[in-house]
Design a binder for this molecule. Structure first.
Ligand code: IPM
Ligand code: MG
Length: 365
């Protein structure tokens, strides 16, 4: 029997509760496809720091090293709780970035999808949404400002200063460009390259390398857009986009904006792909303010499972069925509280209920 070992990093805040629903779906998939998922939970994040003294404990590293894929929940606690953790151990710097670095997960895929029938979740007017929103952000994930040299100190004038650099070499740009062109080839063959070359030298090199890589993909049209303009177009005409590629920091910001135009970051799963290993995670945070209330939307966590099925295990059909099951649950008039206001004419459901209904829909397909 095919056996896949999956490291489950539940994370903080709402992480464990949305992970429970993802596990529900994985167990059902295993049963349907007659395969085995060996699910190994491992501590990761702020709670791991309090329990084990490290936000990415050695034991967790070993479990991730041995896994075929990693499914990660959101991390981080409230501002007050986070302050109890030394700056370099805080889960973003102490766990998440080291995870990305360890597995060199340079290609971050963030699908932005809302069918026409669910346009009521979006803050955009129906005429802007048109036939629905359907594009993908491809974000470089292990370079740029996040991983550049950092220096803090006191300068000659006695002032505190900070210096952090945005670094890329041509190989780092070329490999993410290849991921983007290949994705564009499989979709509408239009690639929006997002940059800031009117100011940043890093974008000048980025654009040069994208053009060089593009020579191998003559069937893909490349459209260059400045990042600030892209932010506006995401609100005014998101339908023009199909595949967008950008450096790390731009991708962090625009992907949250993309979640905003869908109506919630709860609709933003993601895949983080490296040369040998991939991990999957919701794009949103751990929402400590609603943790334990079971009102969190598990869509992005279950969507991350769908991406894992497709991208790590080649189970494209089953992945499509999981997406479809989630869309059907919403199309039947259900909503989680992040997506609708009470009294909006929807049936408001809990975290568990969403998982149960998705499982029911999936079982039918
Ligand atoms: C994301 C998150 C992370 C990032 C944080 C938690 C460090 O915002 O995955 O988009 O900035 O990359
Ligand atoms: Mg982000």
């Amino acid at each position: 029997m095919t056996n896949y070992k999956i490291a489950l990093l539940d994370g903080d805040g709402i992480g464990p509760e949305i992970m429970t629903e993802a596990v529900k779906i994985m167990e059902l998939v295993a049963e349907r496809k007659d395969i085995e998922f060996e699910l190994v939970h491992a501590p990761f994040g702020a709670q791991a720091y309090f329990d084990y003294g490290h936000s990415f404990p050695e034991e967790t590293k070993a479990i991730c090293d041995q896994a075929d894929a990693i499914l990660k929940g959101p991390i981080g606690l409230s501002h007050e709780e986070s302050k109890k953790i030394p700056v370099d151990m805080q889960p973003e710097r102490g766990a998440l970035l080291p995870l990305r670095r360890r597995f060199n997960t340079y290609a971050n895929f963030r699908p932005v999808f809302l069918p026409k029938g669910l346009a009521h979740f979006s803050p955009l007017k129906p005429e802007i949404i048109g036939d629905g929103i359907d594009f993908i952000i491809i974000r470089e994930l292990v370079g740029g400002l996040y991983f550049g040299k950092k220096e803090t100190g006191v300068n000659a004038a006695g002032k505190r200063y900070v210096n952090e650099s945005l670094e890329y070499d041509e190989d780092q740009i070329a490999r993410i460009a290849i991921s983007a062109f290949e994705t564009a080839q499989k979709r509408k063959k239009v690639l929006h390259n997002i940059h800031k070359s009117n100011v940043l030298k890093s974008s000048v090199l980025w654009n040069e390398v994208v053009a060089e890589v593009g020579e191998d993909y003559p069937d893909v049209e490349v459209i260059h857009i400045l990042v600030d303009a892209a932010a506006t177009y995401l609100c005014l005409n998101p339908g023009q986009f199909d595949v967008m590629v950008m450096e790390n920091m731009f991708g962090d910001i625009l992907s949250d904006q993309a979640g905003g135009i869908l109506g919630s970051l709860g609709l933003m799963p993601s895949a983080c792909i490296g040369p040998d290993k991939a991990y999957y995670e919701p794009s949103h945070g751990s929402a400590p303010d609603i943790a334990g209330q079971f009102i969190a939307n598990p869509y992005s966590m279950i969507g991350s499972v769908a991406m894992m099925l497709e991208m790590s295990f080649g189970m494209e059909d089953e992945a499509k069925k999981v997406w479809h099951a989630m869309q059907s649950v919403f199309a039947q008039g259900n909503s989680t509280p992040d997506l609708s206001k009470p009294g909006a004419g929807v049936n408001m459901i809990s975290t568990h209920a969403f998982g149960d209904l998705v499982a029911k829909e999936l079982a039918k397909s």
